[in-house]
Ligand binder design. Structure first.
Ligand code: UDX
Length: 444
């Protein structure tokens, strides 16, 4: 049997390890954070992700899945090691590969059998080649080692589903040995396996993410223009989506993309291309549009409220998208910071993101456990995430609870007709403004 080890128990590493065990492999997941491993050994996922806890418990109980901090033992017994550690952004936008190289060194110093090292983390083009040389240069034992690329395409909130039912498995290999090994490992998933060279595989990941980011920035750009010329982005994207070459996905306008991938991967590819002497103009534009888009709602609100000093502001939604507790690059963070700096009293609601937001603002923000409480007596309200709990709010609640019902919706959660009927001031992205009455007194 092939012994598989996965380095890193974040979104990529943990979901990979759990799903490989689920299809029948014997997997050990390694992380250097003891608290995470303790939680996992109790059957609890350190990240919020549907289906993950139950699959952890099921596969740990059947003996196919183990968790440890003891990388020396784990690597010494491995035939295949997946690297799924983070590659965060450096100050200059380039990818920080410190975690990848730390693991690469530990692998080099501890493997005792011939081993295939598979890089799942998103890494700049050429990294697989460099890591292979690095490991070979630091080997302690006389074993053969080869590196393969196997980028990850899962989205948070649907990570397990995306992995078990992936649209494709991309493998970047330089030998029949690596191709054979990865094909065997992925055979039980019954998904198309696309084999190519390592640099192409590394590029597929960046190109896919950057294309999606570009799509969102394009829609946001058009949405802003729709506002200026009196068109409605919803009608426009609906009209576009009937062309199967365009499709109907990733056409939702908003206050910009966030999360652990798009912001980082667009900047990393842009940085990498500049290093190579080429300017990736389209990706550069996507980044610029996204950075401006984040403050779109505040700009709108400023036209109605010249100052936020002393105003009660309801914030609905904190996470970068629904279905996750992740706040990485969430538009809520710079917006709440700006509101607090300008003297607003922020009351926030999010179904799962509050604990993480408290790490940034433990006391400055007042956290509410339902939207109604956040809205009670509020002067204005921002919607930053399209959680069902937020989309399902009866619009009359805004009018009844708020002091002045001004709603700035960064995710187009509500219909314009419903907003008109409810008599609220409703400003969304790329759609005509609904202006009812300006004060509670007038509304009543
Ligand atoms: C993304 C990719 O989808 C995934 O394939 C890759 O492996 C990792 O990056 P993720 O970051 O989890 O996954 O989230 P995704 O659902 O793609 O959304 C990213 C951001 O784009 C979110 O902030 C979301 O709100 C925004 N978005 C998405 C839009 O603004 N409009 C859309 O139409 C779609």
């Amino acid at each position: 049997m092939t012994n598989i080890t996965v380095a890193g128990t974040g979104y990529v590493g943990l979901v990979t390890g759990v799903c490989l065990a689920e299809v029948g492999h014997s997997v050990t997941c390694v992380d250097n954070v003891q608290d995470k491993i303790d939680l996992l050994n109790k059957g609890i996922s350190p990240i919020y992700e549907p289906q993950l806890d139950e699959l952890i418990v099921k596969n740990a109980q059947s003996g196919k899945l183990a968790f440890t901090t003891d990388y020396e033992v784990a690597y010494s017994r491995s035939d295949v090691i997946f690297i799924g550690v983070g590659t965060p952004e450096n100050e200059d936008g380039s990818a920080n590969l410190n975690f990848v190289y730390t693991v690469a060194r530990q692998i080099a110093e501890n493997i005792e059998r011939d081993c295939l090292v598979v890089i799942k983390s998103t890494v700049p083009i050429g990294t697989n080649d460099k890591v292979e040389i690095f490991i070979k240069n630091h080997l302690k034992n006389n074993v053969k080692v080869e590196v393969a690329s196997n980028p990850e395409f899962l989205a948070q909130g649907t990570a397990v589903k995306d992995t078990l039912n992936a649209s494709r498995i991309v493998i970047g290999v330089e030998s029949d040995f690596a191709k054979g090994m990865l094909t065997e490992i992925y055979e039980p998933f019954n998904q198309p396996i696309l084999s190519m060279n390592r640099r192409s595989a590394e590029m597929v990941k960046y190109a896919s993410n950057d294309f999606l980011a570009l799509k969102i920035s394009f829609v946001n750009d058009i949405a802003n223009l729709c506002e200026a010329v009196g068109a409605n982005i919803e009608e426009v994207t609906n009209g576009m989506s009937y062309d199967s070459r365009i499709g109907n996905k990733f056409l939702n306008p908003g206050i910009g993309y966030g999360g652990s991938c798009f912001p980082k991967d667009t900047k990393a590819l842009h940085w990498l291309s500049e290093e190579e002497g080429y300017v990736l103009r389209t990706v550069k534009a996507a980044i610029e549009v996204n950075e401006k888009q984040r403050f779109k709602l505040i700009q709108k609100a400023r036209q109605d409220f010249p100052s936020f000093e002393g105003l009660k502001v309801a914030v609905l939604g904190l996470t970068f998208k629904p279905g996750t507790d992740d706040l990485r690059e969430a538009p809520s963070i710079p917006n709440v910071r700006l509101l607090l700096n300008q003297g607003a009293i922020v009351h926030a609601f999010d179904p799962v993101g509050v604990e993480n937001f408290k790490k940034i603002y433990p006391t400055q923000v007042i956290y509410e456990d339902n939207p109604e409480k956040a809205l009670e007596g509020a002067d204005l309200c921002f919607v930053f995430t399209e959680w069902d709990e937020i989309k399902e709010i009866n619009l009359n609640i805004f009018r009844e609870k708020m002091k002045t019902p001004f709603i700035y919706d960064g995710r187009n959660c509500y219909s314009l007709n419903e907003a008109k009927k409810a008599g609220i001031n409703y400003l969304s992205i790329g759609r005509p403004n609904v202006i009812a009455k300006r004060t509670k007194e007038e509304v009543l």
